[in-house]
Design a protein around this ligand. Structure first.
Ligand SMILES: C[S@@+](CC[C@H](N)C(=O)[O-])C[C@H]1O[C@@H](n2cnc3c(N)ncnc32)[C@H](O)[C@@H]1O
Length: 434
């Protein structure tokens, strides 16, 4: 898409073309193009409307129903923050008293729109003219144009004395190729500008890649990792007075909050859309105790692992590691927690394909999910080699216990949190223990 096509899509004819494209998008592209042409829509406008309709369909996963009225480019959509993550960040900024914000490199406006929706006056700056025009169109399409204005220009030249707080989500993909950039020094705006912002505007928030090296986190800054429904999606640095704790794992889930033990000082709450927000906080420097495998295994959420908060979670669950370098936790009781998935361990075997196959055959196991940490085995290869034939399900955990390659045979623990779905557990008798 170019600026001319965007302007055409925003005329009354463009809106009719978009409505027609929305009705046929998602099916056969040739048939869709033919349908729009037979409705008398010029070929260029029809093509732009169909591309836009397709992007809106894809964007629904990130933005929900609002996507159907917004404007996107493929790279802009790929780089945009998910609606729920942006809303939660905006909620936190608003709660911290922020009423005006500069979004330096605002893209097509996902974060800025959420902040405006939360009542914050947002000044967006975007270097790419088409992306800036999209952001402006999105502000209008969502009825937020009074609170979110966009200027096309270089974010490094923006006068930050105009605002109380700054947000920056630097581009981490190369323009043109779309390739990911792993070295923060190659971000745009550049990393030294981004990290220097906090000296000029203490209330600065920077979105960064979830793989961020902890060594790059400036002293006194809060580093937060965010997951949505178990998928790690981003990290953010909260600077100056916005920093409340050294490390935070924020776990966003649909539905009501689970009893969130251990989130002292960071209670769980609901966003307006019903998403529950769970926050585990801590220093990120503690070490969890190490002991034997116990009856229940907890697979921590990736945000907890990346935030180095496994020890804090272990303390909440009265759990320990079985290997100091592997983030599976083990406890004697199943505790309901939003920060980890809980499985009941029925068997512990040193890894041996033959023994595992024999055990699973004896249990008539035919379907397995395979989890792994600290194992070089390839789950799909193992699944094939097991040649399972039964009708029972099981979870296999490939890991190390006190440095030895080990497989744990497990059953999920129901959400009520007591006992596995299996009738007869062999734990803690020594059947299956070696
Ligand atoms: C990761 S995207 C922002 C996405 C946005 N937070 C969202 O959720 O929609 C980064 C944006 O910064 C813009 N950008 C990069 N360097 C810039 C600069 N020096 N000044 C202004 N914008 C810049 C890029 O064009 C890109 O659109």
């Amino acid at each position: 898409m170019d600026l001319e096509q965007l302007a055409a899509l925003r005329t009354p004819e463009g809106s009719d073309a978009l409505a027609a494209a929305a009705r046929v998008a998602g099916g056969d592209p040739l048939a869709a193009a033919a349908a729009l042409r037979s409705a008398g829509i010029p070929a260029g406008l029809a093509a732009a409307a169909l591309t836009q309709a397709e992007l809106r369909r894809r964007a629904a996963g990130k933005f929900g129903p609002a996507a159907s009225g917004m404007f996107f480019t493929r790279p802009g959509l790929e780089q945009a923050t998910r609606g729920v993550v942006a809303r939660r960040r905006a909620h936190r900024l608003r709660k911290a008293g922020v009423t005006s914000l500069a979004d330096l490199g605002c893209g097509l406006g996902a974060d800025a729109l959420a902040a405006a929706q939360a009542g914050i006056r947002v000044y967006g700056v975007e270097a790419d003219p088409l992306t800036a025009a999209l952001a402006e169109a999105n502000a209008q399409a969502t009825g937020l144009a009074e609170l979110f204005t966009v200027e096309c220009g270089d974010a490094t030249a923006f006068d930050v004395t105009r605002v109380e707080a700054v947000f920056c989500d630097p581009a981490r993909r190369r323009a043109g190729t779309g390739r990911r950039i792993f070295d923060p020094n190659s971000y745009s705006p550049p990393w030294d500008f981004v990290t220097g912002l906090a000296q000029r505007v203490p209330r600065t928030v920077v979105k960064v890649a979830p793989g961020l090296d902890h060594a790059l986190i400036p002293a006194g800054t809060e580093a937060e990792w965010v997951s949505v429904d178990g998928n790690l999606v981003e990290a953010a640095l909260w600077c100056g007075p916005l920093a409340e704790t050294p490390r935070r794992a924020t776990v966003l889930k649909e539905g009501p909050p689970v009893n969130a033990s251990g989130s002292k000082g960071a209670p769980s709450y609901h966003l307006v859309d019903g998403t529950s927000v769970h926050q585990l906080v801590g220093s990120g420097r503690q070490e969890a105790p190490v002991g034997p495998v116990r009856r229940y295994l907890y697979d921590p959420d990736p945000a907890v692992v990346r935030a180095h908060l496994v020890a804090e979670l272990a303390a909440d669950l009265d759990a320990s590691l079985a290997d100091p370098s592997i983030a599976y936790l083990y406890a004697d009781a199943p505790t309901s927690t939003p920060y980890a998935r809980c499985l009941e361990v029925t068997d512990v075997l040193p890894f041996s394909l033959k023994r595992l196959r024999a055990l699973l055959r004896a249990r008539r196991v035919g379907r397995v999910e395979i989890l792994k940490r600290g194992s070089a085995l390839e789950p799909e290869r193992l699944r094939h080699d097991l040649r399972l034939t039964g009708d029972q399900p099981a979870s296999l955990v490939l890991t190390r216990v006190a440095a030895a390659p080990t497989v744990l045979v497990c059953q999920p623990v129901t959400s009520k949190g007591h006992g596995g779905s299996r009738q007869e557990s062999v734990w803690p008798s020594d059947r299956g223990r070696s």
